[in-house]
Design a protein around this ligand. Structure first.
Ligand code: DGL
Length: 305
């Protein structure tokens, strides 16, 4: 089962869906919080005339530390909410949900559902050559082994080294992405991607065990520059840092084109933001993820599953 382009929905089901909602219907995107806005940003660049409804379940963030059963339950709640608003496809802008709940969402919904892991793994396999791929993700994503399987589907020779980095989710939702605290957290998490110090205490470059570092959580692009800097600092040279946002957006574009589901409108698509909680810092943090000003935001109460 893939989570990238071409979710397996029969042509007849697509025809029924389009008859019901029309090709101008919005795309539904969700994440546990605001991280998925990094995917929305890439989608708006790639598909400027599509309407998007984004749902951030920030009342229940983080998902990454929860059990698979709970992640599935939360994900179903988000997907059903979007489906009830007449979306034409759902993009799971969350690695944790893509890793754990994608099959279930596909089984339950009459909609194409696509995730971020296959696109991320494809970009990483390309960037890494045949060196191992280093993945920073949530506990849920890393322990699911989803990246290992996804990378293996592109290259049987490429290994995956996973590192759970749960504190980065909290720091990102908090907007705390600069300064000594995030730097030390990033450094600690990157440690397992490097060999031992040659001579202890001398600060000499350490050998890298990985050919690239994947931001395997949609909250982590906010730390991209910091991660790039720390990778250079530890290893004495740069290593590609990849995220799945652009690759996901181009998969969504290809899928919509193939299935005749692109909006035919010329004007710019609208973005509707829904959240399950609205902390005071919401607008400032959301605009950093989105890379621009945030318009109106609505609070929603998800129905109990
Ligand atoms: N942004 C999400 C991901 O890509 C989830 C973070 C979390 O809620 O733990 O995995």
């Amino acid at each position: 089962m893939t989570d990238g382009a071409g979710p397996k929905v029969a042509d007849s089901a697509i025809a029924r869906l389009i008859e019901r909602v029309g090709t101008d219907a919005p795309l539904g995107v969700f994440d546990s919080g605001l991280g998925g806005l990094t995917v929305v940003r890439a989608m708006r660049e790639r598909l400027p005339n599509e309407d998007i409804i984004y749902l951030g379940d920030n009342a229940r963030v983080p998902y990454g530390t929860r059990s698979p059963e709970t992640i599935v339950r939360y994900a179903l709640g988000c997907a059903r909410e979007l489906s009830s608003r007449g979306v034409k496809a759902i993009i799971v802008a969350c690695n944790t949900v893509s890793a754990v709940a994608l099959d279930r969402l596909r089984a339950e919904l009459d909609l194409p559902v696509t995730g971020v892991i296959i696109p991320g793994a494809r970009a990483a396999t390309r960037a890494s050559g045949e060196a191992p791929v280093g993945v920073l993700g949530t506990l849920g994503t890393i322990s699911s082994g989803a990246y290992t399987r996804a990378v293996a589907s592109f290259s049987s020779r490429t290994e995956v080294l996973g590192q759970a980095a749960p504190l980065l989710v909290a720091l990102a939702e908090e907007g705390w992405t600069e300064g000594e605290v995030p730097r030390l957290v990033v450094r600690k998490y990157l440690d397992s991607f490097f060999g031992p110090e040659v001579v202890e205490g001398f600060g000499l470059p350490r050998a890298s065990k990985v050919g690239c570092v994947v931001l395997g959580c949609t909250h982590f692009p906010l730390f991209r520059e910091l991660i790039e800097r720390e990778v250079r600092e530890i290893g004495g040279r740069g290593i590609p840092v990849v995220d799945s946002a652009r690759e996901t957006a181009s998969d969504v574009e290809a899928f919509l084109n193939e299935r005749g589901m692109r909006s035919r409108r010329d004007e710019a698509g609208r973005l509707e933001l829904l959240v399950t909680d609205k902390p005071r810092s919401f607008e400032a943090v959301a605009s950093r993820f989105l890379g621009g000003a945030v318009g109106g935001v609505d609070l929603v109460d998800l129905k109990p599953e």
